[in-house]
Ligand binder design. Structure first.
Ligand code: ZN
Ligand code: ZN
Ligand code: FE
Length: 754
């Protein structure tokens, strides 16, 4: 007979861990106790040592689906005489080191009950248990208990309470549990929502993390109307399909895609479209469809009741504003968009958009890490003092760190207006509060004009802590090193390609080759800089960027070029003046802008409605072609810095156009050319510097054609490649990198501007 003190850390509260331990101990005939405390779950076990070993093995192997077990330790205790039972003991006050679980799709057991006419929760839109349902979005504080969730407004009825208090029930301490008698309600019958959708109307539906705007995706006029009312331009909509069979009907679904679609996080998965007509109006110019499966019980009820099998489900917001979460706000802000509103009365405390993931060559590549993943922590390689990092400007997420863990927020959005800045503020407070972190520094991007940088500065000042800044591309680099757990001190070569980032020389970077680690990097190469006239206008009109690139390469603006014909003659003349005089021009090494330029020169995209549209449409073209032909890379050392010179690629784009080469073939040759340049640069640098691994980060690497071509080229050169699997390569991953750099002492003290 032995007695052991067992400690389990990780995401182990609010996930049904205690009843699981209770059941397992009973099953094995062990005695003792289990409870929650500040550090996770503690267990005392008594019985034969072989049986305890068996328990410990099963503790990890059979843990509940929502649990993430970080560590299990077991220490000897003196045997207690006369103990005869196993009990669940009351929670001790909880704090910090334990993590709030993310929201989780309705589980198979609940779905079964939802459809079982004999079950008392049949048809109940808010069915949940310890294995499923909302968590992060309803949590208002710690410890994670019903009083600290928005379910506190609903008093459990006697049958629900019996389940809630019964350790053998699937609803033991399931904080969101309820039934039609005692729980949240919809504002209208499911059948009426279904009728509206079938009649081509646009319905605002309150879900888990906020409102969706829904309509029948297979009704082109409904979809066009939604696009029109939302002022959405060409930006793709995500769709929700009834089941995997429908997904396979409209798109190509690999095994990995299928498991991701059905996973508890239920992200939007970007799939290659099979139904070209559908993708043509849902996601024009992309050949892809962002698809998700039902995750709230309400979604399943809608499809069961005959809703159209493919629904547009787009975030219920106005462009650039955060997602709506409450009825008054939704009715007010979405009144010009939705015909019908389906509300419910469970308060959403934390707004949370859907996550987006792509799969390439069997690997997951996050595009937006939000509902279903946030706020799961990432392990840091170096312990951090308490920190808050606020990301950059676009696709902002926050990161809160303390000790070995960094908790990442949901998607906050583009912090370009006061609404989103207010959401940033709220999210920071929520996350700091939930994880009980009191930061001793606020970390931001080094860009002096980002609203988030100003917010960080004010926050630091008002709370009397330091404001630190991290260079944009160093943060991208460090985010990848962190999630791939690269040890500090190992030098890594990084290709950090994106649209815009503030460089240490005050110019705009975005085609960077960095060597170093968390604490610091050297910029040992970059794309040849160009002078870009009139910043913002250039990102909206790729033709302007193309002309700037031609100018830098010494190529003429022939009147037959698609980039010239798309611009008004006086605009072309003005651009010429600006470039010659250098007025209102910004030097940039942006790789994103190079993709824009080539997209324009090949006549693919001349007007940009959403970030990276020209590059996304160019990638879609490249996907339609095969073959290994690559445009020739021009990579050379200039004063110990590697320069990738795109001039020959611009000539190739013009020549291909004039020769009538099919655009997909040229687009593919460009992608392969960039990959060849990356491999060439890495090989040249490998002769001079010590590194074993090559990191690919920055928003440009959300382009899977480029990312996989780079992987192949680098692998052929004998180098190990690191790509993102946990956080996005785009600016949604910056905050994690900012924390990792700051923890390693690599952040700069901000110089406050007056
Ligand atoms: Zn469930
Ligand atoms: Zn009830
Ligand atoms: Fe970036």
């Amino acid at each position: 007979m032995t007695r052991r003190a067992v400690r389990v850390t990780g995401t182990v509260q609010g996930v049904g861990f205690r009843p699981f331990v209770f059941g397992l101990a009973k099953d094995l005939g062990l005695t003792g106790v289990v409870g929650n405390d500040a550090r996770g779950v503690f267990i005392e076990l008594q019985g034969p040592s072989t049986v305890i070993e068996d328990f410990l093995a099963r503790l990890v192997a059979e843990a509940p689906p929502m649990a993430v077990v970080d560590a299990v330790t077991a220490d000897e205790l003196p045997v207690l005489a006369g103990e005869s039972r196993f009990d669940i003991v009351a929670s001790a006050e909880s704090s910090g080191a334990t993590s709030i679980p993310p929201d989780t799709a309705v589980c198979a057991d609940c779905l079964h009950e939802l459809r079982d006419p004999a079950d008392r929760r049949q048809g109940y839109a808010f069915i949940a248990c310890t294995n499923c349902g909302p968590r992060y979005t309803i949590t208002t504080g710690l410890p994670y208990d019903r009083v600290n969730t928005t379910m506190s407004a609903f008093e459990l009825c006697p049958p629900c309470r019996r389940e809630y208090e019964d350790p053998s029930s699937r609803r033991f301490h399931a904080q969101p549990t309820a039934c039609a008698r005692c729980g949240p309600r919809l504002s209208m019958p499911v059948d009426e929502v279904v009728d509206a959708l079938r009649n081509g109307l646009i319905v605002a539906i309150k879900g888990i993390g906020g409102y969706h705007l829904a309509c029948n995706a297979e009704d082109p006029s409904a979809t066009a109307e939604l696009r029109n009312r939302k002022g959405r331009g060409a930006k793709p909509f995500a769709v929700m399909v009834a089941d995997l069979d429908v997904a396979r009907d409209i798109a190509e679904v690999s095994t990995e895609d299928a498991s991701l679609l059905s996973s508890a996080a239920r992200p939007i998965v970007v799939l290659r479209a099979r139904d070209e007509a559908l993708s043509g109006y849902v996601a024009p110019g992309t050949d892809t469809l962002g698809v998700m499966l039902p995750y709230a019980p309400l979604h399943s009820l809608l499809f069961d009741a005959g809703a159209p099998r493919v629904l547009v489900m787009t975030s219920g917001n106005l462009s650039d504003e955060p997602i709506c979460t409450e009825p008054d706000e939704a009715e007010q802000r979405l009144s010009g968009i939705a015909d019908v509103f389906c509300h419910h009365d469970r308060t959403i405390h934390v707004a949370c958009d859907d996550s987006v993931v792509r799969v390439e060559a069997g690997q997951r590549l996050p595009v937006r890490r939000s509902r279903g993943y946030a706020p799961l922590p990432v392990r840091l390689l170096q312990d951090s003092s308490p920190l808050l990092a606020v990301g950059g400007e676009l696709k902002t997420t926050l990161c809160v760190a303390q000790g070995p863990l960094a908790w990442l927020s949901q998607h906050v959005g583009d912090t370009v207006n006061l609404e989103t800045l207010a959401m940033l503020s709220r999210t920071a407070d929520t996350l700091l509060d939930l994880q009980r972190v009191d930061p001793d520094a606020v970390v931001s991007d080094a860009h002096p004009d980002y609203l988030s940088t100003g917010w960080a500065s004010r926050r630091a000042e008002s709370t009397g802590v330091r404001h630190l800044t991290v260079q944009h591309h160093h943060a991208h680099f460090a985010s990848l090193l962190t999630e791939r757990q690269v040890p500090p001190g190992e030098p890594v070569l990084g290709f950090i390609f994106d649209g815009t980032g503030y460089g240490t020389d005050g110019t705009i970077w975005g085609g960077e080759i960095l060597l170093g680690s968390y604490s610091g990097v050297r910029r040992i190469g970059h794309l040849r800089p160009i002078s870009l006239p009139g910043g913002d206008a250039a990102t909206r009109h790729p033709g302007r960027t193309a002309l700037a690139h031609l100018y830098a390469a010494g190529l003429t603006w022939d009147p037959d070029l698609p980039s010239v014909t798309t611009l008004a003659p006086n605009e072309v003349a003005l651009l010429g003046q600006m470039l010659r005089s250098g007025s209102h021009c910004t030097p940039t090494t942006s790789m994103g802008r190079l993709f824009d330029a080539v997209s324009s020169l090949l006549g693919v995209c001349q007007d940009v409605d959403y970030e990276a549209q020209a590059a996304i449409e160019l990638e879609a073209c490249a996907m339609r072609a095969g073959g290994q032909h690559a445009w020739t890379p021009d990579v050379r050392f200039e004063q110990d810095v590697v320069i990738i010179d795109p001039s020959a690629w611009l000539s190739a784009a013009i020549a291909d156009g004039r020769a009538g080469i099919p655009v997909p073939q040229s687009a593919r040759a460009f992608h392969l050319g960039v990959a060849a340049a990356v491999a060439r640069a890495a090989e040249m640098l490998a002769n001079r510097f010590e590194f074993r691994r090559v990191a690919l980060s920055g928003g440009v690497f959300a382009n899977t054609v480029l990312a996989s071509a780079c992987q192949n080229a680098l692998s052929r050169a004998g180098l190990d490649v690191l790509t993102h699997r946990v956080v996005p390569p785009n600016d949604g991953g910056l905050a994690l990198g900012q924390v990792a750099v700051a923890a390693a002492g690599g952040a700069a003290e901000s110089v406050r501007r007056r």
